[in-house]
Each structure stands twice: as structure tokens, then as C-alpha cells.
Design a protein around this ligand. Structure first.
Ligand SMILES: Nc1ncnc2c1ncn2[C@@H]1O[C@H](COP(=O)(O)OP(=O)(O)OP(=O)(O)O)[C@@H](O)[C@H]1O
Ligand code: SF4
Ligand SMILES: [Mg+2]
Length: 329
């Protein structure tokens, strides 16, 4: 069936690049660029959660923002439901944006402290002219119920809530325009461990109820294991591996993924006792001046001469398992 095929891919990212210019001196001459995202390609399937993992500064948030056009890409294509977002402007972009929302890491900084919870959640509806007056009030109450908060809370202010509750308010706001795709940018990293699972469970329930598609960003692999359908690993502006959950956790191929996984404790005590931790030597190089060839070569335990000479292609080595490494056969 044609619709079954269409169901597969919701978002296709091709050769996405986002560089931030660096200016210096009296005349603010451009002296270089931070290569935050440097030519990445992948897709996100309808209804899935794609986990996106990597160390601080590797370009995860920039990827999320460039997909949503909150940062305009330097080059590349972002295709959302058959629409090329990079070239959309004005009203068309505004309308398409309703379908794509973002949930932020810091539930303290991302909510305006001077607005009531009702105003925060209802604001997108008013800005997009989708409701007014009593309609907004009713919708806000519904949204609060959806995220399991008391609807009577709508007249309170963000400071009256705990971190977990504030993150629920952020989720309610993101849902107000009935999006189909949400970038969850480290939504649980700032929360207590005891609260993290509650927020993850809520996101999963909402995904099921509204057939939502998620890009779920986190800095370590243990955080996305439970929620992800597939997982992508980034290093210094590039994607190094992408596979379904079982493929990535059970048969990682890239040396960087292997190193990250070696730091994740295994629940089985026998396996845990024989876990060998791989410590990566050295610091992450600057994205303003990345190494030639393979970006990971300055820290890779098995690097060879070729690794400095050419950039490994991000290729599909077994169906659905992509990796960028010269030495993976
Ligand atoms: N608006 C900006 N202007 C200039 N440089 C930026 C901007 N946003 C991000 N960068 C730089 O781009 C690189 C990637 O940043 P990004 O925020 O995407 O990383 P991240 O993987 O989300 O990190 P974290 O885990 O710390 O959130 C970093 O070197 C960062 O300093
Ligand atoms: S291409 Fe070379 S440096 Fe890069 S991950 Fe593979 S072996 Fe290591
Ligand atoms: Mg980030």
C-alpha cells in the first residue's frame, strides 16, 4: 500500500551543515568558524524515537535546532513529510513549524517566570491564532490533565513547581499545537534520578496516544537505552554510528561507541564483573579546528595512517547499521 511506504520516513536530513562564524578585531573580520554540525545525513521514521548521543559540544542541540530551522543551516537539506524546510519562509514556515516542537533541558530557564502556567501553555495557541478566550482556558486545562498536573494549577507561577513538574509544563506547552514531531533536548538530564523515569514514562505514553515522533537527545548511552527505537552517536560535529537499539548496544562497531558503552554499567552482576572500561585518552579537539581525516583519530586506540588522510564515509555496513570508520569491514 502506498500509505504504508509513506509511513516509513517522516524526516530526512541530507548533508546538513551548521557553521557558526568566528569574528575578531576592530572590523569584526571573520577569522574562522565553529563547525558545530559538519555534513550529517540520516532519517527519522514516523512514530519512532531516535536517540542522539554524544559528549558536550559535539553538536546535538545544533542538529535539533537546525532541523527545526531555529538555526538556519549553512547547507544541506531537511525534508519533513515531503516539504523542504530549508527553503521555506514566512507564513509557510510558520505553519509547518506548528507540527514540530522542542522540549528543553533546563525546566528552570525555559519557562518565563513572570507568566502564569496557563499563559505559558496557552501562548502558542494565541500566537498562531488558533484559539482565544475561554477556548484557550479549556485547552490549557486539558493539556495540564494530559501531563498529569492538576488543572487548577493554571493560575500559578513556574517557581511554585518542582523540576519534574516544570518539565511537565514544558511538555504541555510543546503539545498545545498538536505537533507530530518533537525534539526532546536532554529533557531529563537536569532532573533527579527518581523523577527521570516519570518524565520518560510520560513522554512514552504521549507518544503512543498521539503517534508522536521523537528525536531524543542525551549525553550518555544509558539514558536513551530504554526509550529509543534507534540510536545515533555523534562526535565533534559528525555522526559516527547509527543502528537500531539491539544493534547498537549489543554489536557496536565504531571505536567511539565501544568506548562510550564500556562506561555504562551492565545490570547482570556476572557480566558487570568482567566489564572492561575503555578510557579515552586526551580531550575532545576544538570544533573550530577539527583533526583532518577521521575526527576521532586523535583519541582512537586503533587509528592508522589512512585515518589522518581521508574522512571515513558514513556507510550502511549491514541493513540499517551505519558507521563511519575505515577499519570496519
Ligand atoms: N549560537 C552559537 N554560536 C556560536 N557557537 C555555537 C552556538 N551554539 C553552539 N555553538 C558551538 O557549537 C558546538 C556544538 O554545540 P551544541 O550546543 O550543539 O553541542 P551539544 O552536543 O548540544 O552540547 P551539550 O551536551 O553541552 O548540550 C559547540 O562548540 C558550541 O560552543
Ligand atoms: S577511521 Fe580510523 S581513527 Fe577513525 S574511528 Fe576508524 S580506526 Fe579510528
Ligand atoms: Mg545541547
Amino acid at each position: 500500500m502506498a500509505t504504508a511506504n509513506k509511513k516509513d520516513t517522516m524526516l530526512r536530513v541530507d548533508n546538513l551543515v551548521k557553521h557558526f562564524p568566528i569574528y575578531r578585531g576592530l572590523f569584526q573580520k571573520q577569522v574562522g568558524a565553529v563547525r558545530a554540525v559538519d555534513d550529517i545525513s540520516f532519517d527519522i521514521k514516523r512514530g519512532e524515537t531516535l536517540g542522539l548521543v554524544g559528549e558536550s559540544g559535539c553538536g546535538k542541540s545544533t542538529t535539533g535546532r537546525a532541523i527545526l530551522q531555529l538555526y538556519r543551516p549553512t547547507s544541506g537539506k531537511v525534508d519533513f513529510d515531503g516539504v523542504d524546510l530549508v527553503h521555506l519562509k514566512g507564513e509557510e514556515l510558520r505553519r509547518t513549524r506548528r507540527k514540530m516542537q522542542m522540549i528543553f533541558q533546563d525546566p528552570y530557564a525555559s519557562l518565563n517566570p513572570r507568566m502564569t502556567v496557563g499563559a505559558i501553555i496557552g501562548e502558542p495557541l494565541i500566537v498562531h491564532n488558533l484559539a482565544s478566550g475561554k477556548e484557550v482556558e479549556d485547552r490549557v486545562k486539558q493539556l495540564l490533565e494530559l501531563v498529569k498536573l492538576n488543572p487548577a494549577f493554571s493560575s500559578r507561577y513556574p517557581h511554585e513547581f518542582s523540576g519534574g513538574q516544570r518539565q511537565r509544563i514544558g511538555v504541555a506547552r510543546a503539545l498545545s499545537l498538536q505537533p507530530s514531531f518533537i525534539v526532546c533536548d536532554e529533557p531529563i538530564s537536569a532532573l533527579d534520578v527518581s523523577i527521570q523515569a516519570q518524565v520518560v514514562n510520560l513522554l512514552e505514553e504521549l507518544q503512543e496516544q498521539f503517534n508522536l515522533t521523537y528525536l531524543f537527545i542525551a549525553h550518555d548511552l544509558s539514558m536513551v537505552r530504554h526509550i529509543s527505537t534507534r540510536v545515533a552517536v555523534m562526535y565533534l560535529g559528525v555522526m559516527v554510528e547509527l543502528a537500531d537499539r539491539a544493534g547498537l548496544y549489543e554489536s557496536p562497531l565504531h571505536p567511539y561507541t565501544k568506548a562510550l558503552l564500556s562506561a555504562v554499567p551492565i545490570p547482570d552482576p556476572i557480566a558487570e564483573s568482567s566489564r572492561k572500561r575503555m578510557i579515552l585518552e586526551g580531550d575532545v579537539p576544538s570544533p573550530a579546528n577539527p583533526p583532518s581525516g577521521c575526527r576521532f583519530r586523535t583519541r582512537c586506540p586503533i587509528a592508522e595512517k589512512l585515518c589522518a588522510e581521508s574522512r571515513p564515509e558514513f556507510r550502511e555496513v549491514t541493513p540499517g547499521h551505519f558507521v563511519a570508520c575505515h577499519l570496519v569491514k
